[in-house]
Design a binder for this molecule. Structure first.
Ligand SMILES: Cc1ncc(COP(=O)(O)O)c(C=O)c1O
Length: 434
């Protein structure tokens, strides 16, 4: 596919879009999908784009998976939405299925978005500890609602007045760009908590962490980090919230990324991948925390809590991921993709790092000739634009000192041929920019 993706027939569409669509985070992509199937999205002219972001990092079964389509059709025709205090079979079935994956966290609440579920988890942590101070990573993204946004440091803090009182950040470890070369992550973590202890008023409630900081530039917490973080939390009576919006439901090669380290958090939050593209999220916690919530009259009463339609979808997603061995598939296909990306790194000197796990990978661009020529930001933008013209969608995130990290997270159902096609399109884009 060559040339601009905006078709002449779409001129009126873009005029109306410019007139009526409120911008919420940068520019809109100059490609107008009208349908999607598997790993591809298509415009009205039949031009296809390989979707290496799984929509918004969510569509782990690819687009319009036939069994999900059938589930939605069937469920919406029988039982769609209910009075919030009514429980229905798909909801209890999904809670049971999730608990089977993480038996130490058998209590489940179903919500719609990641921000909303983090909001609930943070509120639970505050209620049961009696504290209100919440700590996150300086490169984190947990959502756009009040409490979740207060724990989000990657972007969006300026211009909205004060964040929640008691919001603190510590740096996430970054092996490619260490803040203090020669200092281990253990030393950095000790130092960060020493600083936190100086600032805290003694009301620490929670630490919220992504096992791989995705919007923060695919920063993988090293093995053992979550265990050490959990120990720090326990010493201070804080709850550990693990946000697996992007890493959960098989994407990193295990059902949950925290299972690599054998860590069971106090609260596990799932979103994006749980509904495989449909709005569904979950908060999972222990019996003890659930009892403490009951004792303190926990309130999180929302319109779509425990709705049967998205729950039926989540149940089907879990069934397919387990039945088709998609977590193991993410590991093996991810290895193929990573090896291909490492091959590109060997060819193009301004690819500085390839990292991530399973099918959540990052390609970090660095300045060309040490900054004498093009910057990492300019290069990563040019490659992404060219890739889209060629028919590959990936996206660039910028965080901290990095000029641009291309985030690659195809559906877990992606075929090996599609992985190879994506690598070839990326190679063509890199060549064109070189
Ligand atoms: C790790 C993580 N948590 C939470 C969220 C927020 O989810 P939502 O946009 O569904 O509110 C995101 C969104 O990108 C995310 O990446």
């Amino acid at each position: 596919m060559d040339g601009s993706l905006v078709q002449p027939a779409e001129a009126a569409f873009w005029t109306r879009a410019q007139t009526h669509m409120l911008r919420f985070g940068g520019d809109f992509v100059p490609f107008v999908p009208v349908r999607a199937e598997g790993a591809f999205v298509y415009d009205a002219g039949g031009r296809r784009v390989l979707d290496f972001t799984s929509g918004q990092m969510s569509a782990i079964l690819g687009h319009c998976h036939p069994e999900i389509v059938a589930t939605v059709r069937d469920q919406v025709g029988r039982l769609d939405h209910l009075f919030s205090s009514m429980l229905s079979p798909p909801v209890v079935d999904l809670a049971t299925a999730l608990a089977a994956q993480m038996p130490d966290l058998p209590k489940v609440m179903l919500l719609s978005t990641g921000g909303e579920a983090n909001e609930a988890a943070i509120k639970i942590a505050k209620l049961v500890t009696g504290g209100w101070e919440v700590v996150g990573f300086a490169q984190s993204w947990h959502g756009m609602t009040g409490g979740a946004a207060a724990a989000t440091y990657k972007a969006g803090r300026r211009g909205y007045g004060p964040a929640a009182a008691g919001s603190f950040a510590i740096p996430a470890p970054n092996a490619f760009r260490p803040r203090f070369p020669g200092v281990t992550w253990q030393q950095e973590l000790d130092d960060a908590f020493a600083l936190l202890d100086r600032q805290s008023t003694g009301n620490l409630a929670a630490f919220i962490a992504e096992p791989i900081l995705s919007s923060g530039g695919i920063l993988e917490l090293p093995e053992g980090y979550l265990n050490a973080l959990q120990a720090k939390c326990r010493e201070r009576g804080m709850k550990l919230i693990i946000d697996e919006a992007q890493t959960g439901i098989g994407r990193t090669g295990l059902m949950f990324a925290c299972q690599r380290d054998g860590v069971v958090p106090d609260l596990l939050v799932l979103s994006k991948t749980l509904g495989a593209g449909l709005p569904l999220s979950a908060v999972m916690t222990s019996e003890a925390i659930s009892d403490a919530c009951d004792a303190r009259d926990f309130l999180f009463y929302t319109t779509h809590v425990n709705d049967p339609l998205p729950a039926a979808v989540g149940l089907k997603v879990l069934e397919i991921v387990e039945r088709d061995g998609l977590a193991a598939r993410a590991a093996s296909v991810g290895d193929r993709l990573k090896a291909g990306l490492r091959g590109l790194q060997a060819e193009f000197p301004w690819i500085g790092d390839v990292r991530g796990r399973g099918l959540l990978l990052g390609v970090e661009f660095v300045d060309e000739d040490g900054g004498q020529r093009r910057s990492a930001a300019a290069l990563s933008d040019a490659v992404t634009d060219r890739a889209l013209e060629l028919g590959l969608s990936a996206n660039i995130v910028r965080a901290g000192a990095s000029g641009g990290v291309m985030r690659i997270a195809p559906p877990l159902t992606v075929t090996e041929a599609e992985i190879d096609l994506g690598l070839d399109l990326l190679w063509q884009a890199l060549k064109a920019v070189a």
